[in-house]
Design a protein around this ligand. Sequence first.
Ligand code: ADP
Ligand code: MG
Length: 729
Amino acid sequence: MTSLRFKAVAASFKKSPVAVTTPQERPSEYFAKYVFTKEKMYKYLSLSTYNKYLQAIEEGTPLTMEVADAIAAAMKQWAIDHGATHCTHWFQPLTEGTAEKHDAFVEHDNKGGMIENFDGKSLVQQEPDASSFPNGGIRSTFEARGYSAWDPSSPVFILGDTLMIPTVFVAYTGEALDYKAPLKKSLAAIDKAASLVARYFDDKVTHVQANLGWEQEYFLIDADLYNARPDLVLTGRTLMGHDSAKNQQMDDHYFGAIPERVANFMRDLEIRALELGIPCKTRHNEVAPNQFELAPIFEECNLAVDHNMLLMSLMKNIARRHGFRCLLHEKPFAGVNGSGKHCNWSLTTDTGVLLHAPGRTAEETLRFITFTVATLMGVYRHNGLLKASIMSATNSHRLGANEAPPAIISSFLGSQVSALLDKVAQSTNEEIFTMEGKHGVKLDIPQIPEIFIDNTDRNRTSSFAFTGNRFEFRAAGSSANCASAMIVLNTAVAEALTDFSQRVDALIAKGEEKISALLTVLREDIKTCSPIIFDGNGYSDEWKAEAERRGLDCETSCPLIFDRYSDDDTVRMFESQGVMKRAELLARNEIKWETYFKKIQIESRILGDLSMNHIIPVATAYQTVLVDNVMKIRQTFNTADADRLTSYNITLIEKIDKHTRFIVEQVDAMVQARKRANKIESERERAIAYHDEVAPYLQEIRYHIDKLELIVEDERWTLPKYREMLFIR
Ligand code: ADP
Ligand code: MG
């Protein structure tokens, strides 16, 4: 009998690259081919409807049903012209991924036939019977059903035969049941707060937009090998597997040549993504073998989140077409790097000014300092919450390990920006300062130096790094919905900006001159937020101790980190900015704890199964072969020779015994721990029990399995090994 492993390895050898059908046109021509862009709306709608639509997205004015009907009719026409037969509201529930429920465009024509129909009502609002989506008790508490409502700011698109309509998903009583609703509120909050502050510098500013440019890391694995690993199939990661002798130590994968099978997958993915309006820009190999990254050009935050969700599902589907599986788990393989999703975040105004770019003029520099300090204030005040926003059972494998940012949020600014802030902090309003370095120029307006940012001193160990014209939040996990992090970041910065403008206005009201008032408040804030600024090595033990002294959140237990969502500071922040209410925050935490424990529970179950059905039988069978060998030698040779000849195999027999016994005992103890945890009623306490009492067994059991993998004859091992899974041929 050939094991599934060998069949899978053989099959993976035989695969040849899947050809890609490349469009005849250039990317600029097929970009957004399947998106109902403003340009297309303009063509399909009457001018007055189009203008009302624009007003709705720009000013937030509600759409009348008449306008919605007209838009729906145009959408339907465009969709049918492009081969669509169905439509769906597309939303982002609090599970992973996206949800959809397709309806055909058809309707009875009352003459015995069918017509294609799609009206404004179905566009604007639907009631998916989505009662199984997690709601953390909101539904029962409020006896409310959930409905999905169109988000006109994110364009509809066609995927296959279906018109996809981005929507929020909320309870009838208004509580959000998804990521998009609070994200949009957080964007409105930062727009409002940042516009007030931006007007200190330019009174023409009416809107401030938050931008997001994500960098999606992922692994590819051959589909046959994936299917031969039940742990990967069920949990997204390998729960066992000894290090491959060669993995990433040669650094030969990073930015290396891309194998043809993978290159074809990437090309296919990019073409499909571009057709759907995702502005793919960068692709490259990542650090670990079989690890890659895709990054688009940054976009408005809400659209960027939708595009990331869409891209993740495209990746999974297109990988299958190429005989791969795409792994978005943060740590599919132990011993090599995991995958993150850097979130590059910035603010821009409608007057086209990039807020984070250090200025050419003194005023631009002061504006840059203002927004940088407000960002740092938000991150400082809510550093624990920001960590909670990216924490999950899967991402916790990455954070704190020596590869991703540490499980402490801090900000790297680089020497020039740090020096600039120090100078402002120590200055008096009368002083004129100049900057060091060849780019430093003396200023016309006193107080503010013009600086030139050459941000080459990048610090990869920082979780929140300033990178020239944006902040890069590096702690988000590869599988996450980046909305979770963006909701917290936008709201925290909105709160800091609100607080800032209130204090500045108070000083101005007392007669202080504007620039002077700005500087006075900035000086206070630079001192307040200084504990969050750290330019050193985030991996070092000294930093952990130092961060503790600075009062930064150093908690590492995932279920306890979630507590930050119900802190008074958090609730005050979300409520004052109109983003979420206490009940919503509490409900969300129930879901987080539940998801956490379920993930560990599944991992623990499958590890128990594989231990008892694969590992122990295989190891015991091999042990029997060794025992047989020992017996035969003893029958053949005299005692002295037999002792000598069997000594090695006897050591192996004993080792196998030691490891198998340990595994059996530990699996049993793990099952008992699970049973105890399952009896706990409270979601929080149960998640804690799974973290403290169950999860540690996963690591311990794995250690012994991985030892057995090295001992047991290769032919007998049933599960694909790391060296087979990690290298695409
Ligand atoms: P690196 O890996 O060095 O961080 P990449 O080129 O892989 O750089 O990714 C940079 C990401 O930052 C891209 O997604 C890009 O769109 C995004 N980005 C660049 N400028 C901004 C900005 N001003 N605001 C937000 N995102 C930005
Ligand atoms: Mg990056």
